[in-house]
Design a protein around this ligand. Structure first.
Ligand code: AMP
Length: 217
């Protein structure tokens, strides 16, 4: 990926906030980020980029130089090096922004499962575009574990098993919560209680988003 070399030295954002609105979506594994993002896409016409989905696609791409590195991290529930993840996100954003599809012309992105580590947050905002805020789905570990074990029966995901789930929780608490706290310190977190059933969480999310962005964003 040529974007990777380019990213390392870049110190100004490649996209302008005038053209691009980014909302980071965070929450522990199983908090319901993907489910809520799907609904937000239908209601508001965001483009949805899931860091995990992009990494899984890159892992499975024939001849990817990063395939085995990504597989190892996903299995261990650890963080894939930021250059790989950011390059995948930037390249998907560019594809969407330059496509003629009328649904995504507003440049509104939900970036789901990112940034999971502080260095990613800093580099993305420095070299790609600053985000508006973090949408944080807050859910207790016991409930997330229950959901993931349930999903594991049919998801086919290599990391929806008890051992990987434990590691993913640890990574979330140790590495990703500091990201939420960093954005909280800047008053850039919209926090939603993710315990209720999906329709109810969605209702709260729309109210909170509209408070922050207005009705016609
Ligand atoms: P998810 O699909 O969001 O549950 O992510 C599955 C796995 O992909 C994680 O446990 C990590 O190994 C990897 N991953 C997802 N998002 C990121 C990210 N932002 N940075 C690094 N690795 C990630």
């Amino acid at each position: 990926m040529s974007t990777i070399d380019n990213l390392k030295d870049r110190t100004t954002p490649v996209f302008s906030q005038d053209d691009v609105t980014v909302i980071f979506v965070l929450g522990g594994p199983g908090a319901g980020k993907g489910t809520q993002c799907e609904r937000l896409v239908s209601k508001y016409g965001f483009a949805h980029l899931s860091a995990g989905d992009l990494l899984r696609a890159e892992q499975n791409r024939p001849n990817s130089e990063f395939g085995s590195l990504i597989r190892e991290h996903i299995r261990n529930g650890t963080i894939v090096p930021m250059e790989v993840t950011i390059a995948l996100l930037e390249s998907s954003m560019r594809t969407i922004l330059t496509s003629s599809s009328p649904t995504n012309t507003k440049g509104k992105f939900l970036i789901d499962g990112f940034p999971r580590k502080l260095d990613q947050a800093h580099k993305f905002e420095e070299a790609v575009v600053p985000a508006k805020f973090v949408l944080f789905f807050d859910c207790p570990e016991a409930e997330m574990e229950r959901r993931l074990m349930e999903r594991g029966k049919t998801s086919g995901r290599e990391d929806d098993n008890a051992e990987s789930i434990r590691k993913r929780f640890r990574t979330f608490v140790e590495t990703s919560m500091p990201v939420v706290e960093y954005f909280e310190g800047q008053d850039r977190v919209v926090k939603v209680d993710a315990r209720p059933e999906p329709a109810s969480v969605f209702e709260t999310t729309t109210v909170e988003l509209e408070k922050r962005l207005g009705k016609d964003f």
